[in-house]
Design a protein around this ligand. Structure first.
Ligand code: UDP
Length: 246
């Protein structure tokens, strides 16, 4: 990715673009010969983890496009003086790609989530976006020795876009590990299949508008507390860095 503004947040390069710009970039990628590309939608927790884990940081900085999924990332970019157009979440990017893909004949593959969930998400998306071509679905609970078959199945189905919903950063490691075998645009989408299949609810619109989606997730899934403890640490780190830069 080039032209759009990039923000460096705790050593991670994040592309500050709108949902529309992200879709345009995907259109360009799919206009070329089939090629591998890794698209990551990052939140504060992942950036904080990457700060301690050089391998993850390398994967993020080697990705084709890194969008600000969480409000923490948008906030951090603004602290450093960038004008961010806001969040580009995995689920919104997925919906947008399916909507555009239904018109353009893109083949989409859904890999991840509990058995049956990706299928249900795919059929909901087929109903919502008539003409959508689902290349296949595979659930995200597999033994390591099944991975070779999974990669073969994905390749044989000839998808243009592969959505991987294994949770972040597991999905980023998986995509990176098989990048030489996958000539496909890969997008890590976390728990999006659960929401699209109707298993989980996204925060109500007013909470998303008030930038409180993280709070909704914490209340509805208290077990996320450990992960979300990274948030205040991320905020402190960014503020320290801001004053250091000044
Ligand atoms: N998951 C999976 N395989 C695993 C562990 C998790 O497919 O071995 C799926 C899980 O079923 C869920 C998603 O990964 O659909 C993780 O969702 P979460 O909301 O925790 O991810 P995040 O959006 O925070 O990355």
């Amino acid at each position: 990715m080039g032209k759009e503004q990039k923000a460096e947040i705790m050593g991670c390069q994040v592309d500050l673009l709108s949902l529309n710009q992200a879709l345009e970039e995907i259109k360009k990628l799919l206009g070329n010969q089939k090629t591998f590309a890794h698209i990551i939608t990052v939140n504060a927790e992942i950036i904080y983890e990457a700060n301690k884990n050089p391998r993850l940081k390398e994967i993020i900085n080697g990705a084709h496009m890194v969008t600000p999924d969480g409000i923490g990332v948008v906030w951090a970019a603004r602290q450093f003086g960038y004008t961010s157009s806001g969040r580009v979440t995995g689920i919104e990017l997925l919906e947008e790609v399916c909507s555009e893909g239904a018109r353009r004949g893109w083949r989409v593959f859904f890999f991840g989530a509990a058995p049956g969930v990706a299928e249900k998400a795919a059929s909901n998306l087929e109903n919502k976006y008539p003409g959508l071509q689902v290349a296949g679905t595979i659930n995200g609970y597999f033994a390591p020795e099944e991975t070779a078959d999974i990669v073969t199945t994905i390749k044989k189905s000839n998808p243009d876009i592969l959505f991987v919903g294994l949770g972040a950063p597991r999905q980023e490691y998986w995509i990176n590990e098989y990048k030489d075998q996958l000539q496909v645009v890969c997008v890590g989408v976390g728990g999006s299949f659960d929401v699209i299949a109707g298993l989980k609810k996204r925060a109500p619109a007013f909470m998303i508008k008030l930038n409180l989606e993280w709070l909704y997730r914490l209340i509805s899934e208290p077990s996320r507390i450990k992960r979300q403890l990274a948030l205040p640490k991320f905020v402190l780190h960014v503020l320290k860095e801001k004053y250091r830069r000044h």
